[in-house]
Write a protein that binds this ligand. Structure first.
Ligand code: 5GP
Length: 222
């Protein structure tokens, strides 16, 4: 058994507090792929499932991709304090249900978020040190352009808009806890795994340490 398996064992005993991991960065930076890889290769980390009022796209499943709801339902829930944060895009609402995040963290499960920087700021404000934010930057301007084109979903016009948005996003890099160059998927994934493991060992994520140290201390006094 490796030391890491050992850590995962301790996890199943619910001794850790989970964290909220936000992956952000420039569009076309590969963050969605990386987030998926991270949930596939690591235990105890899952995607947050947002609520939205936008129509379901083909292949999307209610409760898996999003919790789909009507605008009336959404606004009612917002009023009741159901969401940690909400945003509006192109006339649709999106929001993060509060209870689902709190339950996961209390159970030692991490949650990964794919939300925008406004959402990231709000999460930080609401949840403080529970939130770890990572900003991914492609190795160069040329690579960014190439990655964006390779997605095959851009027209000349939307490409220009996205590059402009990227210039704006780049200004935000100092708001994040970690920033690194997303060179190859494999290297970036490894770095994300390292961050996850180190962050899990932070003192405030191990509430069991306090009684442990207290008991340990008492033994010296006997
Ligand atoms: P889509 O409609 O393509 O699924 O998502 C549109 C955008 O909404 C994406 O950039 C996604 O990151 C963002 N988004 C999805 N859920 C939430 C949420 O709960 N809060 C915030 N702030 N943004 C969200």
């Amino acid at each position: 058994m490796t030391e890491l398996d050992n850590i995962n064992d301790v996890f199943t005993q619910n001794k850790f507090r989970g964290m909220v991991l936000v992956l952000d960065g420039l569009l076309g930076g590969g963050k969605t792929t990386l987030a998926r890889l991270l949930t596939q290769t690591e235990k105890h980390i899952n995607f947050s499932i947002s609520a939205t009022t936008r129509p379901k796209r083909e292949g999307e499943v209610d409760g898996l991709n999003y919790h789909f709801m009507t605008k009336e339902e959404f606004l009612q829930k917002k009023e009741e304090g159901y969401f940690l944060e909400t945003t509006e895009r192109l006339g649709n609402y999106y929001g993060t249900p509060k209870q689902q995040v709190e339950d996961a963290l209390a159970n030692g499960e991490d949650i990964i978020f794919d939300i925008d920087y406004v959402g990231t700021r709000e999460l930080k404000k609401q949840m403080g040190e529970d939130v770890i934010s990572v900003f991914l930057v492609p190795p160069s301007y040329e690579v960014l352009k190439q990655r964006l084109w390779d997605r095959g979903s851009e027209t000349e016009e939307s490409f220009k808009v996205r590059m402009k948005q990227n210039a704006e996003y780049l200004k935000l890099w100092e708001e994040y806890d970690y920033i690194f160059i997303n060179d190859t998927l494999q290297d970036t994934l490894r770095r994300l795994q390292q961050i996850l493991r180190a962050e899990r060992l932070k003192r405030h994520r191990q509430p069991w340490l306090e009684p442990f140290v207290t008991n340990f201390t008492a033994e010296f006094e006997d």
